[in-house]
Design a protein around this ligand. Structure first.
Ligand code: SF4
Ligand code: SF4
Ligand code: SF4
Ligand code: FES
Length: 577
């Protein structure tokens, strides 16, 4: 049995498990202590000094995030003296912070504003001493004047993608948190996953804002502007409008996009069905014809970037299929040109994505023109609020045909293991030459960051692996390189939990929120009449009437892409010094 200690918090006695910090205990008991640097599983804190509490007998106030409870400890969390010191600490943080809340992209999700409210700061009346450094307007946009040096981004980039883009340099007021050699973000090998953005407590890290460019296109009478939205956006976009994470809001989202003025609204899920059809076909071809194995999924641009920069020897393993975003864009643009006679230069594709890396994908020369602008889920929410559109109150509407319908297989693309499960549903049918009853491959589901599974198809065993976060992917690549595992096919998603936990999703994006979004996608899958990508009647019709054979010449030309080696850390440094 776990050891316990008896403590007093704000005069009340509690018996709790030992080995926990004061902050952990207070969180469980529902006692609020303001924090800015601490973050569960990312940063143990100790930097900002906001979480101080009064521990009887201690010479100074203690930081709740790094102080473990001891038997007999008496803690006061909210005395006037504690509040006074917190206010002083907070004023020092604010003085070094460029306060511009009305125009800051963090809006009401800013943790500084939350603390300000708690401490009773009606407005931020402090003498500013911050250095008004420039903004790095890379896709991951840095505004040093809003950085409070909490170092969450440093830990996030070390722990989740495992790359280590940021460091802590200098001391005191002169300290900075930034890439080495003050490199611009776009000059580092950052794979643009956006995980540091989701965890930054302030507006110091945000995604590049593309909303104005989208509005310009919408209001250009010569342009046909079509929007499409990713699987995991439908279970997250309701959150900034007070809806529960995981609530599937496809109909309301379509209405909202129409209200903004898009000419047509399509669904990236259609592109996901198309991806599965092409990808399953590619896998079977590789297995039958001795192609490069294991084959790896290629729909996550963070993962593709990671391979190109850090493991170029695995480039031949990547499926040549474009991502659902790029497939849909390429198909619709070609279709509009050839079937509807609309000149390509007049067609604009705007996607709504859970992902900052999709902005990068859209700019890849290999995929240029497939997608013109990418808005994150957060950007769309901001845009809707600018126009006073309350998504939660909108009626349901349907996406346009023929690129607006999808199967259950497509919708689970947004969760780790989903692409694999969707691909298996199709590959198993095709390899067995029949209609396989089994739909749910539960062995590839769940939060474990690296999973292996085997599927028996008419006596042939297909071995697969699923990884989410690039640190898990790196472990898998090393195992494959060392011959410790043998798989035919593996899926990688850069973000924790897959796209439901993407770097462009609403903040907060805690493990619990991400879990609920994933449940929403699985329930959407269960409710669909058709749950295998190759059964989507609109996908079938597009092949019959326009693309020709699956994996054929035209399909290959429009729906497939190439990869190339890009600079790694070492090469970046050689250039920088
Ligand atoms: S980061 Fe927060 S406190 Fe700073 S300007 Fe933005 S909203 Fe205001
Ligand atoms: S950029 Fe954000 S997460 Fe990183 S140290 Fe500054 S405030 Fe913290
Ligand atoms: S976007 Fe991802 S890779 Fe880039 S700095 Fe942030 S966490 Fe690191
Ligand atoms: S939250 Fe404890 S020191 Fe920052």
């Amino acid at each position: 049995m776990a050891e316990t200690v008896t403590i007093k918090i704000d005069g009340k006695k509690y018996t709790v498990e030992s080995g926990q910090t004061i902050l952990e205990i207070c969180k469980k008991l529902g006692i609020y202590i303001p924090t800015l640097c601490f973050m569960e599983e990312i940063s143990e804190g100790g930097h900002c000094g906001l979480c101080i509490v009064d521990v009887k007998g201690a010479k100074t106030f203690q930081r709740a995030c790094i102080t473990e409870v001891r038997d007999g400890m008496e803690i006061e969390t909210n005395t006037p003296a504690v509040r006074e010191v917190r206010k002083t600490v907070f004023e020092m943080i604010l003085a070094d912070h460029k306060v511009e809340c009305p125009v800051c992209k963090r809006d009401e999700t800013c943790e500084i504003r939350k603390v300000a409210k708690h401490l009773g700061f009606p407005d931020f009346e402090v003498e500013p001493i911050y250095r008004d450094e420039g903004v790095d307007n890379s896709i991951i946009s840095r505004e040093p004047a809003k950085c409070i040096k909490c170092q969450r981004c440093v830990n996030t980039c070390e722990l989740i993608p495992g790359i280590g883009i940021y460091g802590y340099f200098g001391k005191g007021h002169d300290a900075t948190v930034e890439p080495p050699e003050s490199l611009s973000m776009s000059d580092t090998p950052c794979i643009v996953c956006g995980q540091c953005v989701v965890r930054c407590p302030t507006g110091a890290l945000t995604e590049r804002d593309d909303t104005e460019k989208v509005l310009e296109a919408i209001y250009d009478p010569d342009k046909v502007v079509f929007a499409s939205f990713a699987p995991s956006v439908r279970v997250a976009i309701g959150e900034p409008f007070g809806m529960e994470p995981g609530e599937v809001v496809v109909g309301k989202l379509v209405s909202a996009l129409r209200k903004l003025g898009f000419d047509r609204v399509y669904d990236v899920n259609f592109g996901a069905d198309l991806t599965i059809v092409e990808e399953a076909n590619e896998l079977i071809e590789r297995i039958k014809n001795g192609g490069v194995l294991p084959m790896a999924t290629s729909c996550c641009p963070g993962w593709v970037s990671f391979v190109e920069r850090f493991y170029p020897e695995f480039i031949p393993n990547l499926s040549s299929c474009k991502s659902p975003q790029a497939m849909l864009g390429a198909l619709v643009k070609n279709y509009m040109k050839e079937v509807e006679g609309i000149p390509e230069e007049n067609v604009v594709h705007v996607t709504i994505m859970p992902c900052t890396a999709k902005k990068y994908e859209a700019s890849r020369p290999e995929l240029s023109g497939d997608t013109d602008y990418v808005l994150t889920t957060r950007e769309l929410a901001r845009l809707l609020k600018r126009f006073d559109i309350d998504l939660s109150k909108l009626p349901e509407d349907e996406a346009d045909k023929p690129f607006g319908d999808y199967t259950g297989a497509a919708t689970i693309f947004g969760v780790t293991g989903g692409v694999m499960e969707a691909a298996l549903r199709t590959a198993v049918d095709w390899l067995s030459g029949g209609t396989f009853e089994k739909l749910e491959f539960t062995a590839v589901r769940g939060v474990e960051d690296l999973k292996f599974a085997e599927v028996d198809i008419n006596g042939t065993t297909v071995r697969v692996a699923v990884a989410h976060t690039l640190s898990a992917a790196e472990r898998l690549l090393q195992m494959i390189k060392n011959g410790e595992v043998e798989v035919h096919f593996f899926e990688v998603m850069a973000c924790p939990g897959g796209c439901v936990g993407g770097g462009g999703q609403p903040i907060p994006s805690t493990a619990e929120v991400v879990r609920k979004r994933a449940e929403g996608l699985y329930s959407d899958d269960e409710r669909r009449v058709l749950r295998k990508s190759h059964e989507n009647p609109y996908v079938k019709a597009v092949y019959e009437k326009y693309l020709g054979a699956i994996g054929g010449e035209k399909a290959h030309h429009i729906l497939h892409t190439t990869y190339r080696k890009r600079p790694s850390w070492e090469e970046v440094f050689k250039r920088a010094v």
